[in-house]
Design a protein around this ligand. Structure first.
Ligand SMILES: Cc1cc2nc3c(=O)[nH]c(=O)nc-3n(C[C@H](O)[C@H](O)[C@H](O)COP(=O)(O)O)c2cc1C
Length: 165
């Protein structure tokens, strides 16, 4: 199967990580994949905060519901939406979604795992991240070498989802 299609099919949300650090060049590759996502009018409204110091990771873990996931991930990427760079609430959010999926697929391609955490969108977390005026946290993505191999979660058959006209 084509490598991209294979990565799409093999990707899982990974919520448990080995302690092995993630190489800085791999973190860079994930961020680079994120910035190559499409965005309406090419506004590129994403901003990234890389949470990698032990102190900040521990502080962040205390503020999120899925504490262990963030505490054990060697690095967590925060994806913020810069409202001043964007132009349309819905389209900006769609662009950020494309950015996050690029990051997750790049992680899969590099032997890493990650999980999209939406339940962390909170003022206290934004303050810890040093979010700037007009920036809004959209998701956290803890990243690391997987310590679990989650089975695929069910997908609805195409026949249920698709109409042809
Ligand atoms: C918008 C969005 C928000 C999500 N928020 C969370 C979350 O807060 N915590 C979590 O563990 N997983 C979260 N996930 C991951 C989903 O639970 C996961 O993608 C889904 O169950 C399918 O599993 P898979 O990614 O392994 O295919 C989120 C995914 C998306 C797209």
């Amino acid at each position: 199967m084509n490598e991209v299609l294979q990565a799409i099919r093999a990707r899982r949300s990974v919520r448990a990580f080995r302690s092995q650090p993630v190489e800085p060049e791999k973190v860079e590759a994930l961020l680079d994949a994120g910035r190559w996502a499409p965005s309406g009018k090419n506004t590129q409204p994403w901003r990234f905060v890389v949470v990698e110091s032990a102190a900040k990771r521990a502080e962040l873990a205390k503020l999120v519901p899925q504490r262990d996931m963030v505490a054990t991930a060697p690095v967590t990427l925060a994806v913020l939406l810069d409202r001043q760079a964007g132009y349309d609430e819905l389209k900006d959010a769609q662009a950020i979604g494309a950015c996050a999926q690029n990051i997750l697929l790049a992680a899969q391609a590099l032997g890493l795992g990650g999980c999209w955490i939406g339940r962390a969108r909170d003022r206290a977390v934004e303050a810890l991240l040093g979010a700037r005026e007009g920036e809004e946290l959209m998701m956290l993505i803890p990243i690391g070498y997987p310590a679990e191999e989650p089975p695929p979660r069910e997908r609805r058959p195409l026949a249920e989802l698709v109409r042809r006209i």
